[in-house]
Design a binder for this molecule. Structure first.
Ligand SMILES: *Cc1c(COP(=O)(O)O)cnc(C)c1O
Length: 400
C-alpha cells in the first residue's frame, strides 16, 4: 500500500479523469469511506491484518513462474507468469475484497453488496462476507447469470443472494447500475464493495492500492528470478484492476513497459468490442470521467466480448491518465485470438487460463517479436479458466 505518485488529487482526479459524479445522497457515504480509508491505510494494525489474511486465507505471495515451453515457442526473451490464478477463489479479485471487507468491518456495516460480471468478484465478495458472517447481495446481469452458471451456484453455496438484472444489455454495466441503486437506498447499514478500479472516488484508489500487492511482490520476485526489473508487464484490462495492481508499483521504473490488453470482440473495426481505450472517448459512467464507448449523443454503446469479465464499456480513470501520459500502452486482441491463446497456454504450460487472461497471452504473438533473448516479460495471469470451460466447449462444438 505504498504511494508511487500523488494521484489521485484530493478531488479524486488523475489528470482530467476520475472524480465523483454521483447523486447527493451518496456524497456523504463516499466521504465517510475516504476518511476511514485515509485513516487506516497507514495504520500498522490494519496493514498487519490485511497481509495476514492475504497470506493465510488467500495463499500469498503468488509465485512468479518461468513459462519454459511458451518461452521456447516464441524463441525470444523469457516469459514469466505471475500466478494470480493460484489465489483462493481463482483470481486476483480477492486481494481487493479482503481489504474492503476490513474497511466494512471497521465502519460497522452489517450488509455487503457487490456487482459482478464473470462472477469472480461475486465469488470473492461472498467468500469474505461468509468468513465474517455478514449478509451479502450480489448483482449480476441476466446474460452473465446464463454464461457463468457455475459461479452463480458458487455464490449461492457461500450463503449470498444473487440478484439477476434484466435491464439494458443485462451484463456488467447494468449490474453496476443496480448495485449503485441499492446503495443509494440502503447507505446507512450497507457497504458497497466495487470490484475494479472504476466508480467514483475513492474507489479507483482503494481498489488499486489493495491490488498493488501484486506489483509489490513482482519487484522482489524480479530481483530474485532475473536480477533486474522486467522489460514489460502485460495484463488484460476490463475495468483495469489486475493491470493497475501490477502496474502501479512500476510507474516510476521506466525500464519496464506497461502494456494493457483490451477485448476487441469481433474486431476493433466492427465497433463490436469492449475496448474503450482503443476506440472510445472521454465521458461519465458509474460516477467517474474516463474513456468510454459512447455514440455521438453520449449514449453508452453495447459491448461485445467472449469474456464476461472484459465485457464493460468503461475503464478505470487511472488507465485513461496512463494512456494520455504515454506511461502505459493499450492494445486489443479479438475473440478468436483470445480463444487460440486459451488453447495454446493450456497445452504448452498445463495452465488453463481465464478467457480474460487469454487476451494478455494472445498479445505475446505480436509483442515477443519486439524483444531479444535477454528480455524478461511478465504476464499477469489474472485468473484460472475453470469458469470458462462451458463457454469454450460450446464454441468448439463439444458437448460436456
Ligand atoms: C474480473 C476479471 C478480470 C477483469 O477485471 P479487471 O478489473 O480489469 O482486472 C480479468 N481477469 C479475471 C480472471 C477476472 O476475474
Amino acid at each position: 500500500m505504498e504511494s508511487n505518485n500523488n494521484l489521485p488529487d484530493k478531488n479524486g482526479f488523475f489528470g482530467e479523469y476520475g472524480g465523483k459524479f454521483v447523486p447527493e445522497t451518496l456524497m456523504y457515504a463516499l466521504e465517510e469511506l475516504e476518511n476511514t480509508y485515509n485513516k487506516l491505510k497507514d495504520n500498522n494494525e490494519f496493514k498487519k491484518q490485511f497481509y495476514k489474511d492475504l497470506s493465510e486465507f488467500v495463499g500469498r505471495p503468488s509465485p512468479l513462474y518461468f513459462a519454459e515451453r511458451l518461452t521456447k515457442h516464441y524463441g525470444s526473451g523469457s516469459i514469466w507468469l505471475k500466478r494470480e490464478d493460484l489465489n483462493h477463489t481463482g483470481a486476483h479479485k480477492i486481494n481487493n475484497t479482503i481489504g474492503q471487507i476490513l474497511l466494512a468491518k471497521y465502519m460497522g456495516k452489517k450488509r455487503i453488496i457487490a456487482e459482478t460480471g464473470a462472477g469472480q468478484h461475486g465469488v470473492a465478495t461472498a467468500t469474505v462476507a461468509a468468513r465474517l458472517g455478514l449478509e451479502c447481495h450480489i448483482y449480476m446481469g441476466a446474460e452473465d447469470v446464463q454464461r457463468q452458471s457455475l459461479n452463480v451456484y458458487r455464490i449461492k453455496l457461500l450463503g449470498a443472494q444473487v440478484h439477476s438484472v434484466d435491464s439494458g444489455s443485462a451484463t456488467l454495466k447494468d449490474a453496476l447500475n443496480e448495485a449503485l441503486r441499492d446503495w443509494v437506498t440502503n447507505v446507512d447499514d450497507t457497504y458497497y464493495i466495487i470490484g475494479s478500479v472504476t466508480g467514483p472516488h475513492p474507489y479507483p484508489m482503494i481498489v488499486r492500492d489493495f491490488n498493488s500487492v501484486v506489483g509489490e511482490e513482482l519487484i522482489e520476485q524480479s530481483k530474485e528470478s532475473f536480477n533486474t526489473m522486467p522489460d514489460a508487464i502485460v495484463a488484460c484490462v476490463g475495468g483495469g484492476s489486475n493491470a493497475m495492481g501490477a502496474f502501479y508499483p512500476f510507474i516510476n521504473i521506466n525500464q519496464t513497459r506497461l502494456i494493457g490488453v483490451e477485448a476487441a470482440g469481433n474486431g476493433l473495426q466492427t465497433g463490436e468490442h469492449a475496448a474503450p481505450l482503443n476506440d472510445g472517448s472521454p465521458g461519465v459512467l458509474h460516477g467517474a470521467l474516463s474513456y468510454l464507448m459512447q455514440d455521438e449523443a453520449g449514449q453508452v454503446k453495447a459491448t461485445k466480448s467472449v469474456s464476461a469479465g472484459l465485457d464493460y464499456p468503461g475503464v478505470g480513470p487511472e488507465h485513461s491518465w496512463l494512456k494520455d501520459s504515454g506511461r502505459a500502452e493499450y492494445v486489443a486482441v479479438d475473440d478468436d485470438e483470445a480463444l487460440e491463446a486459451f488453447h495454446q497456454v493450456s497445452e504448452l504450460e498445463g495452465i488453463i487460463p481465464a478467457l480474460e487472461t487469454a487476451h494478455a497471452f494472445a498479445y505475446l504473438e505480436t509483442l515477443m517479436k519486439e524483444f531479444d533473448d535477454q528480455s524478461n516479460i511478465i504476464v499477469n495471469v489474472s485468473g484460472r479458466g475453470d469458469k470458462d470451460i462451458n463457454t469454450v466447449a460450446e464454441i468448439d462444438g463439444i458437448k460436456i
